[in-house]
Design a protein around this ligand. Structure first.
Ligand SMILES: [Zn+2]
Ligand SMILES: [Zn+2]
Length: 215
């Protein structure tokens, strides 16, 4: 039987970050990816959506540790009492040590520390849905993409028509190339849910995104 996945995108915060609520239609369990909201109004709208559509929120997943993707972690955790999942290499950006990177962005993330460290190949399960963790470094060392059956959440690696920045201290252009190559190898019909900007597909990006043409 086909498992139906619900994906709701909210664009939040001063960097227009895409926060996703992803849920299983059958079991009504959901997760939140990149709660990048920095104010109560945005948080309340998303919490209302979760309460109205799902029975349980299971995890917070951060695609990487930058504050525009993690600054709402604390509000989500306070309300839903759920663990924060992030790749082991970016976990240092949360909690007390996150203050350094927050200064670089000009605002503080104040996220609680990570609860579970993710690695390449790990599976995130909620209801009947399984998302596989793909380690896709380049923008940051611990950037991940979350791979479903016909979709991928790419954080700040791949955008519609563009890619994430590689000028941060922990960025790597070589890693970025390798990560983009991994993503370009996915089937063309895969829907891409990026960390910023509109959704797209792998096929569309392979055709129209110049960064994928010079890998
Ligand atoms: Zn970022
Ligand atoms: Zn970002």
């Amino acid at each position: 039987m086909l498992v139906l996945m619900v994906v709701q995108m909210f664009t939040v915060g001063r960097f227009f970050t895409n926060c996703y609520v992803v849920g299983c239609e059958q079991t009504r369990e959901a997760i939140i990816i990149d709660p990048g909201f920095d104010n109560r109004f945005e948080a309340e709208e998303i919490f209302k959506f979760i309460d109205e559509n799902f029975s349980t929120l299971k995890f917070i997943v951060n695609t990487h540790g930058h504050p525009d993707h993690t600054c709402g972690n604390e509000m989500v955790k306070e309300k839903f009492r759920v663990p924060i999942l992030i790749h082991e290499y970016d976990a240092y950006m949360l909690g007390e040590s996150g203050k350094n990177i927050a200064e670089f962005f000009g605002f503080e993330s104040s996220s609680p520390p990570a609860d579970t460290l993710l690695h390449n190949g790990d599976l995130v399960r909620f209801g009947k849905i399984i998302l596989k963790i793909m380690h896709t470094p380049g923008h940051s060392r611990g950037s991940i993409s979350l791979l479903g059956e016909r979709e991928v959440f790419t954080g700040d690696i791949l955008f519609a028509g563009s890619i994430g920045r590689t000028d941060f201290p922990e960025s790597s252009e070589l890693d970025m190339k390798l990560s983009l190559r991994k993503l370009a190898n996915l089937p063309n019909h895969f829907v891409v849910y990026p960390g910023h900007g509109p959704m797209t597909t792998i096929g569309e990006e392979k055709r129209g995104n110049s960064f994928l043409q010079r890998l």
